[in-house]
Design a protein around this ligand. Sequence first.
Ligand code: ASP
Length: 403
Amino acid sequence: MKKNLTQQIFIGFMLGVLFGIVIGWLNIPIYFKEIIINLLEFGGNIFLKTIKMLVVPIVFFSLIKGVANLNNFNTLGRIGIKSVALYITTTFLAITSSLFFANLFQPGKNIDSNFETTNIKVSDPPSFFEILLNIIPNNPFESLVDGEMLQVIFFAILIGSALSISKRVETLKKFFNDFNDVVMKILSFVMIIAPLGIFCLIAKTFATQGLSSIIELLKYFILVITVLIFHAVLVYLTLIKFYGKLNLSNFFQGIKEALLFSFSTSSSSATIPITLQCMKNKFDIKENIASFTIPLGATINMDGTAIMQGIATVFIANLYGIDLFFSDYISIILTATLASIGTAGVPGVGIIMLGMVLNQVGLPLEGIAIVMGVDRFLDMLRTSINITGDAMVTIVINKSEKE
Ligand code: ASP
């Protein structure tokens, strides 16, 4: 990404925050406010939709390209096992530390819970075998159409593998390589409107959410933010610095567009194209590694979401005066880890998946309604943590492959 485009995105972001707060506070007729908010929503959606349009083609073609150009299959197996193991381990650490801190600070102990019942539907957490079976598409074209990321990854790896061992398919290989370049070119066109798109998305959020709902749930809110930062520093930055041997300011410099984008969109999945670009251009990560680990991470690695779910569960238990036992904590850890794998990388899904965790330990689902009030901002933050985790794992795997 060009340097001045990055600056423009940052300016768009800051202006969006300011404009949104001013619009939220301004004493203007309500219909006038609505017009402005609708316009912001429209502008933001144009940008978001064009980026989302590119997610499946980018993942599909760049993964085929990466795998097709592999000369050694053991490499692919090794990268796969290492990245899945790291993703699951970091999520496990995230949920465990969130429960530890939630127990230490006991958010919600002194709040009266007089809120209304909601009708949030939750399903049971998928079993381990269901998750595995679900990776195999019934019809790969349907998976592409529906954007079923794990199935798309699976199918792309199969095509890439077949291309890499087949002789006489050089033309087809070249087709996929070229198509990948074309999709990346389209991405660079779309990024031209990024500063304006991000301005609209951020301004709309700040204009409609306001800050008042946050005050009520301050302790929960601050605790989630603290643990998100704690996890990022203790797990991500330590691994990046000491294992990845990367200077931290270079790391942030390299992923800042992806951070801004994930914060503004609250969607790891929509951020895939930007994260991929940062990884390949700024850190010189091998194509076959980043094109595998980034979409996979955006789909199964949600440490920030798991942290929110751990703290929210304890918070809700406290609100209702329900004690949680050791076995409940084990249940929360397992369910939140599975829920994190199953959470789609789109806005607000984490809070719905919280229902699974609450169900599992018999807590009232109405609790979701309380935390939902402040979830918009937390979603923005945890999505940035989610994609930082994906970037960290990519850097660590790349380093381990070099060695
Ligand atoms: N918005 C999050 C993401 O895309 C998921 C969530 O926690 O709601 O990573």
